[in-house]
Design a protein around this ligand. Structure first.
Ligand code: ATP
Ligand code: AMP
Ligand code: MG
Length: 194
């Protein structure tokens, strides 16, 4: 059976990477082989090699035109990794840039990645605020602090996820990542991989 491509999206600090690590653990326990790719790692790697960013949270503050080049290069590199295996890609459906909301999965990117499923990780806006505050020493996610801004970003994230799905025929699964229940959230995503 051909591998499945699952894309994981959600607001910064909602818990995508945490849930993804649980997905890998649970998939391993079930004997499901999965490759894990962090889109931001690949973009940050290219940005660093060109002296464009010092931290991964600098990338979304670059000019959109610069981000778009990095995004296209990252997608091309990730599409080569897929080759038959199931892959889970940790990424963003929207990026809040100084030039406005910008799609993480526009047509040419979904056409490179060919996702079967898009899993949208969500939590209460107040919980997202708390998770960002907890990580304030290690990540710069403070560009969206206000609760109303987080709510608007969640709405944009939903709209962008569905729009990307329409472009490529992927399904969209909303997954709640409740406090202390990342494993439960992961258990909703694991079946998408086989
Ligand atoms: P980014 O898009 O910026 O990479 P992310 O969505 O990958 O963010 P994580 O780094 O996984 O977010 O999580 C942000 C913070 O929230 C971390 O401190 C993590 O430990 C915590 N967290 C994530 N999920 C849960 C959960 N279910 N219960 C408690 N804490 C959680
Ligand atoms: P993350 O650690 O997931 O927050 O990723 C780091 C950064 O990479 C994000 O803040 C974005 O700037 C960038 N990034 C990740 N995925 C995408 C994408 N699909 N399109 C554009 N930028 C992305
Ligand atoms: Mg992450």
């Amino acid at each position: 059976m051909a591998g499945k491509i699952v894309v994981l999206v959600g607001l910064p600090g909602v818990g995508k990477t945490t849930v993804l690590n649980e997905v890998l653990k649970q998939a391993g326990e079930r004997g499901i082989a999965v490759k894990n790719v962090n889109f931001g790692d690949v973009m940050f790697g290219i940005a660093t090699s060109r002296g464009l960013a010092k931290s991964r949270d600098d990338v979304r503050k670059l000019r959109v035109e610069t981000q778009a080049s990095l995004q296209a290069e990252a997608a091309a590199s990730i599409s080569k990794m897929a080759a038959g295996a199931s892959v889970i890609i940790d990424t963003h459906a929207i990026i809040k840039t100084p030039q406005g909301y910008w799609p993480g999965l526009p047509a040419h990117i979904v056409n490179a990645l060919h996702p079967n499923h898009i899993a949208v990780v969500e939590a209460e806006p107040t919980v997202i605020q708390q998770r960002r505050a907890k990580d304030s020493g290690i990540r710069e996610r403070q560009d969206d602090l206000d609760l109303q801004e987080i709510e608007l970003s969640m709405l944009m994230n939903r709209a962008a996820s569905m729009a990307s799905a329409v472009l490529c025929g992927a399904s969209v699964l909303f997954v709640r990542n409740e406090e202390g229940k990342a494993a439960e959230a992961a258990s909703k995503i694991v079946p998408l991989l086989s």
